[in-house]
Structure formats: C-alpha cells, structure tokens
Ligand binder design. Structure first.
Ligand SMILES: [Ca+2]
Length: 229
C-alpha cells in the first residue's frame, strides 16, 4: 500500500507539473519523465516505498522466508574469505547435491577490488590490506546470515553485493499455511539487524523472479535475512 501511495504521490506531482504554466516546456517534460521513471523503478525495489526513511520494525512483525522441507542441506553453515584491498573476492554457500537435484548456490557474496573502505575501528583500508570475513548461517531453516566483523564498511560508490536464491524456499512465502496468489504478491526482500535486540531495517533489494534470487548492495556488516512485512 505504501509503495502505491508513494507512486500515486509521484504521479500527482508529475501531473501537476505538466498542467502548471511555466516558461520552459522542455524542462517540465524532462522533470515529469524523471518522476515517472523513478516511480516505475520503485515498483522493482522492495525497499523503496519511502527512500528517505527506511522501514524499521521489530522481528515479531516480520515474516521470515523459510527453507522448503525438501531443500537440500547446505554445504557449510559458515564460510570465510580473506578480503584484500585491490583484489576482488567471491564466496558462496551452496546446496549439497542430492541425487538429481541441488548443487546450486544459496548465497553468493562478491567484494569488488576497490570496495573495502573502513575497518570496524574506523581506520581506512590501504591497497594490499586484508581482513578475514566470516559469513554464518544463523539458522539453516531460515535465510538469515551474520556477516562479520560487525561494523566493516564498504565504499558507498563501490559496495559489495549479496545474492541469495529463494529457489529452495517454502512457497508459502507469507506463512499463512497455504500457497496461493497472495504468496506470488508477497513483497519480501533483505532486512538487516545490527544487534539481536535491535529492530530490523529494510534494505534496498532487487528481486529477480526469473533467477529466483534477491540481490542487494551491501555497505556494511551486520545480520541480513530474507523477510517481508
Ligand atoms: Ca501463503
């Protein structure tokens, strides 16, 4: 509903600008196009209903996406990689191959060579510096991952990238006990939680329906989970 309201507000502004008498028709058209393009883009982004104020809720108000009962086990519940300033890194958590299925990636985390910015103590990385990164599956039944060291920061213009597949998720996305069209419409994405006692904050997420995965730019380390509200 909030996405719709925001879209409606953008559309109303766009219509107003077209109707208002101004001295530059070209400028009005350009501004209107920008607003409409922004509104259209927003429908692709689950974290975009109010870009200025990310949605923030306690965990008991979220529906966390759950693994399907027949999901293959993960190859690991924890992975580590030495990230190095100046060199790109990629780490994955995969599903075990069970008979004819499985073997695909559950999580993929990519760190471009120029992404490392600040250590948790605030010091800036210099080329060649490295740091050990640990990704832990908090609960194998949920798509909930802790990234450490907590407080590590990536450059805002060169963030790291997280992809998580929901191919092996329970198709009852909204958790109401049955699968129907409401699940296809259920708006879920990445949420982050800074501490176990903190509210969860929605993170800008792109959902690729064809690949059945969520993707997000990662600017800092904390806990990330797939959920909807
Ligand atoms: Ca359902």
């Amino acid at each position: 509903m909030r996405v719709f309201a925001w879209f409606a507000a953008c559309f109303e502004r766009a219509v107003t600008e077209v109707a208002a008498p101004t001295s530059s028709i070209a400028m009005r058209i350009r501004r209107t196009s920008t607003l409409l393009a922004a509104a259209a883009l927003c429908t692709l982004l689950t974290g975009c209903d109010n870009p200025a104020q990310p949605k923030q809720v306690p965990g008991n108000e979220l529906t966390f996406i759950r693994a399907a009962e027949d999901a293959p086990p993960l190859t690991a519940n924890q992975v580590q990689v030495w990230a190095k300033a100046g060199e790109g890194r990629r780490v994955v958590i995969s599903y075990q191959k069970v008979g004819e299925y499985g073997g695909d990636d559950c999580l993929e985390f990519k760190i471009p060579g120029d992404a490392l910015w600040k250590r948790p103590d605030g010091t800036v990385f210099q080329k060649g510096d490295s740091i050990l990164i640990t990704i832990t599956v908090v609960d194998p039944a949920l798509f909930n991952f802790r990234f450490e060291p907590s407080g590590l920061q990536f450059r805002s213009d060169k963030p790291a990238e997280l992809r998580v597949s929901y191919k092996w998720a329970d198709r009852d996305f909204n958790g109401d006990g049955h699968e129907d069209n409401d699940d296809a419409r259920f708006n879920f994405g990445f949420w982050k939680q800074e501490t176990d006692a903190s509210d969860w904050i929605r993170t800008g997420t792109v959902k690729d329906v064809d690949l059945e995965e969520l993707r997000a730019d990662i600017h800092g380390f904390t806990k990330y989970a797939m959920a909807g509200a």
